[in-house]
Design a protein around this ligand. Structure first.
Ligand code: ATP
Ligand code: MG
Length: 271
């Protein structure tokens, strides 16, 4: 069963100059900047998540990953630049754009006093889903993340890795086609991290979901993945991981990242 539920195809014509909803990328961030007072957290960031792709947003602490997520999910108002989700402008059509998105935030947001099933059911009701269809979807998603047997347990009894898997299941309850994950593996041991990455890659491969995976961990990225490298609020490289490594004469992405950040630091000092 496909987890990304088909949505009604738009019958509206394609607006001049912008791709229509049926051909647009899952996420299109164009020339987005954001300031906190005098500090510029994002500086003319443009990036895309193509449909059905696992796309990485790679950046160290303070790069601006969470700020970008806050703009894409409308926690902050986007004032500079444009964000489109499957062709829907986030400012002009916020409900349609947000309905396409599932989000796993950097900070865990499950209610630890509720059971696993209650957490997911609550999310379903927030999205206007109820009854048997909602219950079945919750059970399907719990099986999908390998935790159907924990449905009746309170969230506080789960391990960190299990809680993250529940958050992934919850993010998919309303049938989004774009999944955003902000450092979903942070603080987990290697086995749990590997499990989470595997589950998310399966969702892309088997269910056609489009994923933006924010991380600072190089080994979560495969050579064929499309990567946007964010450093101090700027995109400093974009492309297939293997191509970025080759262009920077690095043996791997970690090497390439070191070379690229030395370059940008030198360029900034020269300005
Ligand atoms: N609410 C805020 N007020 C002021 N400055 C902020 C705020 N949130 C973030 N910043 C600053 O914006 C920059 C980007 O922070 P952000 O949290 O987006 O980075 P990040 O890539 O998510 O980092 P991490 O890997 O540590 O989560 C940092 O310099 C941070 O100090
Ligand atoms: Mg962050």
């Amino acid at each position: 069963m496909s987890l990304a539920e088909p949505r009604a195809r738009s019958l509206a014509g394609t607006a001049m100059g912008s791709p229509g909803p049926d051909v647009a990328p899952a996420l299109d961030v164009a020339d987005v900047s954001h300031r906190f007072g005098a500090r510029r957290a994002l500086d003319h960031v443009s990036l895309r998540v193509e449909r059905g792709s696992f796309t990485a947003l790679l950046g160290p602490n303070g790069a601006g990953k969470t700020t970008l997520f806050a703009l894409v999910t409308r926690l902050y108002n986007n004032r500079e630049g444009r964000i489109r989700v499957f062709g829907r402008d986030l400012t002009r059509e916020p409900s349609a754009a947000l309905a396409e998105m599932g989000v796993v935030f950097q900070k865990p947001t499950l209610d630890s006093d509720l059971t696993v099933r209650q957490n997911l059911a609550y999310h379903a009701s927030l999205h206007g889903m109820a009854g048997r269809a909602a219950r079945e979807r919750v059970e399907t998603l719990l099986s999908r993340v390998g935790l159907a047997d924990r449905a009746k347990d309170k969230v506080r009894t789960l391990s960190g890795g299990q809680s993250r898997r529940i958050e992934i299941a919850r993010s998919l309850v309303h049938g989004p086609r774009l999944l955003l994950l902000d450092e979903a593996t942070v603080g987990l041991d290697l086995a749990s991290r590997t499990d989470i990455v595997r589950i998310v890659r399966e969702l892309v491969r088997e269910d056609g979901l489009s994923v933006l995976w924010a991380t600072h961990i190089f080994d979560e990225i495969e050579p064929g993945d499309f990567v946007h490298v964010l450093h101090a609020g700027r995109i400093i490289a974009q492309g297939r991981s293997a191509d970025i490594s080759a262009r920077a004469n690095g043996a791997n992405l970690a090497d390439a990242f070191r070379a690229l950040t030395q370059d940008t630091t030198r360029a900034e000092m020269a300005r």
